[in-house]
Design a protein around this ligand. Sequence first.
Ligand code: NAD
Length: 291
Amino acid sequence: MLTEHHHHGGERRTVGFVGLGNMGGALAANLVGAGFQVVAHDAAGPARCPSGAQWAPGPADVARAADVVVLSLPDGAVCAKVVRELADAREGRVTHVVDTSTVGVVAARELAGLGPAYVDAPVSGGVAGARGRSLMVMYAGTDEDCARVEPVLAGLSDRGRRVGDRPGQAQALKLANNFLSATALAATSEAVAFGRAAGLDLAVMLEVLNVSSGRSGATAEKFPDEVLTGRYASGFSNTLMAKDVGLYLEESEALSGAAAVAAVTRAVWEAFAAAEPGADFTRIYPFTTGA
Ligand code: NAD
């Protein structure tokens, strides 16, 4: 990614931000830290507006202040509503939207047709990764559009990779990633329940799994950081994970047809999200054990 240079003497570069939830709040704070003038809005009000950012009462106010606007919103339908509001704002100046939300391939293609240039830029690495600037920003868009927004992407995180030239391609990679992450976490929960029932200690299981072939992000990070500690505070909800695996199942059935495991993974996450809507997604372990 391009290295961001601070302007000397000139006006601070302004960037818009809509969606200051668990992930968006951390990303907007990173932009402030990188020296941007951030003009930010969230439908829930100013409580999560990071210090140093300027609060905007609505998307139209963001559109009047910035030509590049970053989104961190729940799903494609909300993104479409907000992009329309940005595009239709009286005296708005938005030319580029950087969408860090997970919306799926189909929605990204639709969003790219709404007016402003659209760079599909979903993220992986969690809220802790966002705060530590190690979050992976995978992005796809035309040469011109990517070049225009790369300074903003560099403000979001130190890690980024352009994965394609068409919006939707980064979403495909993000959905593939979250399918793997969701499957590994659900499978690890069952494997740990099995080991515990046989009398094994959780910490000992993780120690051995993490130098054996069953290791994954679930054994290396989620179980040690959130389950073993009892924190269950990763900042990513089961509702959003159920959305992601649902999108993955739908789109993989349509595009590749290879979705036997995905059907099971989706059923497991839907059951968990229905039983405990909004719970931290790492609570799938106690859910699995019936605790
Ligand atoms: P969240 O639910 O914590 O935050 C979403 C925010 O959007 C909320 O603050 C909500 O008030 C706001 N919002 C909803 N509708 C709005 C509207 N019409 N206008 C303005 N604001 C609106 O969710 P999150 O965890 O921050 O996730 C945001 C996106 O990032 C999702 O697409 C998610 O899948 C993705 N994501 C999250 C994580 C994570 O670890 N939390 C990781 C990777 C990707």
